[in-house]
Design a protein around this ligand. Structure first.
Ligand code: HEM
Length: 188
């Protein structure tokens, strides 16, 4: 069995690991990001958590880039024939939006850090390349954009999950796409 391409059961192992691993990461990044942003500047946990958030966020960005490349070189299954054209178009739009945001969110965090005058460090072990020179005005814009992009992602994730559940429980049996991405039986 090919570990990457789809097979009769659906997506390959690598695609599934990326999908569910990044889903878990995004939940933790949003939870930790929201918690640490509210902490007092004097709280030593703030810096500690921010370091972790930036490191995992940078890894997330790398995984998002790998995922886009992987999608282009591996075979992606078509949407079920039974879906209406509007539903297929909506599904593709939501997916494309999620990909865009999965890169834009960590990129805005990365840019914010550089623009405030700091390199992004991976767990204090290596500094990643500095992509932007210090510019506090633009840094403030990136700081505002970061959570706004997260809200947009939450809306897209909601639409993504609602679509998957609709195809499983409301639409025709052949519309069910969940078994392609997780180990559950197709509808009887
Ligand atoms: C998918 C990846 C990421 C997600 C989902 C995410 C999410 C969040 C969220 C929800 C917040 C709280 C915002 C607020 O309530 O004001 C936050 C704050 C922050 N994030 Fe991220 N983030 C990601 C990646 C990154 C990366 C890669 C960096 C930097 C390398 C970064 C740097 C920051 C910083 C510095 C803050 C604190 C901003 C402040 O002080 O208000 N983030 N992030």
């Amino acid at each position: 069995m090919n570990a990457g391409n789809i097979n009769e059961q659906g997506y390959g192992t690598f695609t599934k690991v990326l999908h569910w691993g990044m889903a878990l990461m995004v939940i933790i990044l949003i939870a930790v990001g929201t918690y640490m942003a509210d902490l007092d500047k004097a709280d030593p946990n703030k810096m500690e958590l921010m370091g972790m958030h930036k490191s995992f966020g940078a890894i997330f960005l790398m995984l998002a880039i790998i995922r886009v490349i992987w999608n282009r070189i591996s075979h992606t299954p078509e949407l079920p024939e039974v879906l209406a054209t509007w539903e297929k178009n909506l599904s593709k739009t939501v997916t494309a939006t999620m990909y865009l945001l999965m890169m834009a969110i960590p990129f805005s965090g990365y840019a914010m850090t550089n623009l405030f005058g700091y390199p992004v460090s991976l767990f204090g072990l290596i500094d990643l390349p500095v992509l932007f020179e210090k510019n506090i005005e633009i840094a403030k814009l990136a700081k505002q954009a970061h959570p706004l992009l997260v809200y947009a992602l939450l809306v897209a994730i909601f639409a993504h999950i609602a679509g998957a559940l609709k195809h499983r429980f409301i639409d025709a049996r052949d519309a069910d796409v969940l078994p392609r991405m997780m180990s559950i039986k197709p509808r009887p």
